[in-house]
Design a protein around this ligand. Structure first.
Ligand code: ADP
Ligand code: MG
Length: 693
């Protein structure tokens, strides 16, 4: 075995380990649970727990934790020791089935959007046997869902699992209509491409804004930005390369299929892409990847930035969510087939996605909405805030001809009417990507490109799965009731293309003309999180979620409040950080530097020397300092006046009043950075941060 083969999955209680360590009947029972989501019986759980514990202890573990994904967006852990005291003063290492299956963390400090009254702070975690347990930091981690006393989801995993089950159910209905009885299970697959920045840790430590908010709130534009565009796919620097190698090792141990690493468009920016896997595992793995990246970076004296826009004027970081539908027989249902019949099925899935994206633009937009991502979407570096879909010219052409029914007229009557012969060749050639599109068909998968780098991929996938499943369920209803399947299928595809083609846009998504054109087409343009979030609680969306039991109405409202609150708190922390930095660092530095100039000025005046430079500089700096002081005071006052009662009102205030004051404050501070001597300026410059590795 090669080193990598040995390393891969060595910290995962995966199928191989289970087969090795579990009695045959226990293994079979556990497998059934994993495949059909059945409840694990307590006797089986005890056996599994013991095997897990022994395996973990052999690997050096002393603790276990239920590993879950609360609404904070980061994973939570509460470590507990295996150690158990005996009456005779000795200890044994113990881990029961009960401890494996269910936990009861004190959940009062996790956001719940009013789902739990504070006196009922209990939350429960339950093992999700469809993801493998693993070892991290000498701790056995059990992936779990997290819910309240009343069973409401308090996390990001529960709705994802619900949405995957929904896709399974509705897709199987469609496959059956096409005569496919072989497939018994369908899952959605995801491969998330992860962007990030790496900077020197020493510089990071000197920036309160990076430490507290993840982005630079000040910083004059560097003389060399990314205009030269020579970083993309460029040679990887040795320090970065060492980091990437160690990161790969760590991820491989955890069974994460990290595959490619390369430089991105901006200086100091990089990307990691894993091989795709089912949405549940992909989501867990992406959370682990983000956590591991930061840890490994620290070991290399680097700071890894995941913020959507760490540096103004430099491309931000996103995440591309590559999504497809796979069967347990190994078929990707978004892969155009070889035969007309396969193509008819492919086209049905395609138009289901088209209809879904058109009807639920709002939900897709909401699924990527955050204060951080507002700095990036629509900024000519990432997709616009308008959701549209790229299909490429060839596929679009085929849809047009189907819509115009020209193809049908030529088709051999004995063949399926919508079975376009030439489809496979056409589409496979369409590798030319339009990077400006938020949602692109890329040959055999859809790439949702609007995600921000730090966000959990759970919400976008919950939405994708749910909206596509909804359309498939509508299609299945129609087709199951149809007298003549072929005719009904043909009509359904034609009608769907006609009704929803407005969402297809292959042009430049960064152009101003697109904003105007999109408006004419009636597409939503929701530039900020605050614009987008109220759509979450629309009747249409509540109906969708409750119909399919993805979220209850209470869960939707709680999430709505959590999202608004997160937005407000994010901007508030940024504002307070700016105030702090101006008051304690920037103004004092300006005073110190002015003092220096003042001394020089006095001396030269005494000697009768020319002091134009000192006079000019001092006067410009003084003017800016007064402005900076006033703007800082204005921000302080505005912060005191924030409305506190209604969460939407508060968020709106932060967007409309606080953010513009922050931008104004920054502008003056950045102007001062250009005037103050480098040794006197208290913050590392953009140039040093972006080019020092
Ligand atoms: P890019 O040009 O965008 O880098 P790649 O083909 O390298 O495209 O794929 C990027 C990501 O898409 C990878 O994480 C990969 O695993 C994932 N991916 C590829 N095929 C599929 C698929 N059928 N379903 C989901 N994700 C996929
Ligand atoms: Mg991509």
């Amino acid at each position: 075995m090669s080193r990598i083969e040995e390393l891969f999955g060595s910290m995962v209680f995966n199928d191989v380990v289970m087969q090795e360590r579990l009695p045959e009947d226990t293994y079979a029972a556990l497998k059934r649970t994993m495949e059909v989501g059945k409840k694990l019986n307590p006797a089986v759980a005890d056996v599994v727990a013991r095997a897990m514990k022994d395996w973990a202890i052999e690997k050096g573990c002393t603790h276990f934790t239920h590993w879950f994904q609360p609404m904070t967006g980061i994973t939570a852990e509460k470590h507990e020791g295996f150690i158990h005291p005996m009456d005779d003063g000795t200890v044994i290492m113990k881990f029961s089935g009960k401890e494996l299956v269910k936990g009861e963390p004190d959940a009062s400090s996790f956001p719940n959007g009013g789902l739990r009254a504070t006196f009922e702070a209990r939350g429960y975690t339950a093992w999700d046997p469809s993801s493998y347990a693993f070892i991290k930091d000498n701790t056995l981690c059990i992936p779990t869902v997290f819910y309240s006393y009343n069973g409401e989801a308090l996390d990001k995993k529960t709705p994802l699992l619900r949405s995957m089950e929904l896709m399974n159910k509705q897709t199987l209905r469609i496959l059956k209509l096409f005569g496919n009885e072989e497939v018994t299970h369908v899952t959605t697959s995801v491969g998330p491409e992860q962007e990030y920045f790496l900077i020197d840790r020493d510089l990071y430590r000197q920036r309160e804004d990076l430490i507290l908010t993840g982005r630079t709130l000040f910083g004059a534009k560097p003389p060399k930005g990314q205009e030269m565009e020579n970083h993309y796919y460029g040679a990887i620097k040795p320090r970065v390369y060492a980091f990437m190698q160690e990161l790969d090792d760590e991820l491989w141990k955890l069974g994460v299929l990290a595959k490619t690493e390369h430089n991105e468009a901006a200086p100091a920016q990089h990307e990691l892409a894993p091989i795709y896997t089912n949405s549940n595992t992909a989501t867990d793995h992406n959370q682990l990847t983000m956590e591991m990246m930061k840890k490994v970076a620290e070991r290399h004296d680097l700071a890894l930035l995941l913020h959507e826009k760490p540096f103004a004027g430099v491309n931000g970081s996103g995440k591309h969510n590559n999504w497809s539908i796979s069967t347990n027989t190994g078929v990707n249902l978004l892969e155009p087939g070889e035969s007309p019949a396969e193509n008819a099925q492919f086209l049905l899935f395609l138009v289901a996605v088209i209809k879904a994206v058109d009807e639920y633009q709002d939900l897709l937009r909401i699924s990527v909405a955050s204060a951080g991502n507002d700095n990036r979407l629509g900024g000519n570096e990432a997709p616009p805030a308008i959701i549209s879909m790229f299909l490429g010219d060839d596929l679009t052409e085929i849809l047009h001809s189907i819509e115009a029914e020209t193809e049908a007229a030529h088709a051999d009557q004995s063949e399926m009417k919508v079975g376009v012969h030439i489809l496979p060749r056409f589409i496979r050639d369409t590798t030319d990507r339009n990077r400006t599109s938020p949602f692109a068909f890329t040959g055999n998968k859809f790439e949702f490109r609007s995600l921000g780098a730090p966000q959990s991929i759970s919400a976008p996938n919950v939405i994708l799965n749910t909206i596509v499943a909804e359309e498939l369920s509508q299609f299945a209803d129609i087709l199951e009731a149809a007298e003549d399947f072929q005719t009904a299928l043909h009509q359904l595809i034609v009608d769907t293309v006609k009704a929803h083609k407005r969402i297809i846009f292959n042009g430049n998504g960064y152009a101003q003309e697109w904003v105007e054109e999109a408006e004419k087409r009636g597409l939503l343009n929701l530039p900020t999180t605050v614009d987008a979030l109220p759509y979450f609680i629309n009747e249409k969306n509540i109906q969708l979620f409750t119909k399919h039991k993805i979220y209850t109405s209470e869960e939707i409202h709680s999430r709505y409040e959590i999202y608004l609150d997160t937005y407000t708190r994010t901007v508030e922390i940024e504002a307070l950080t700016m105030i702090d930095m101006v008051s304690k660092k920037i103004l004092p530095a300006c005073i110190q530097y002015s003092d220096l100039i003042g001394h020089s000025l006095a001396q030269k005046k005494n000697l009768g020397l020319s002091c134009d430079a000192e006079e000019g500089l001092l006067s410009r700096i003084s003017n800016h300092m007064s402005t900076l002081y006033q703007k800082n005071e204005a921000l302080i006052t505005a912060h005191h006046r924030c409305p506190k009662e209604d969460p939407l009102e508060a968020a709106t205030y932060y967007r409309d009043t606080i953010l513009p004051l922050m931008a104004a404050l920054r502008q003056t501070a950045d102007a001062l950075e250009m005037l103050i001597g480098e040794e006197y300026w208290p913050l590392p410059s953009y140039t040093r941060m972006l080019y020092s590795l």
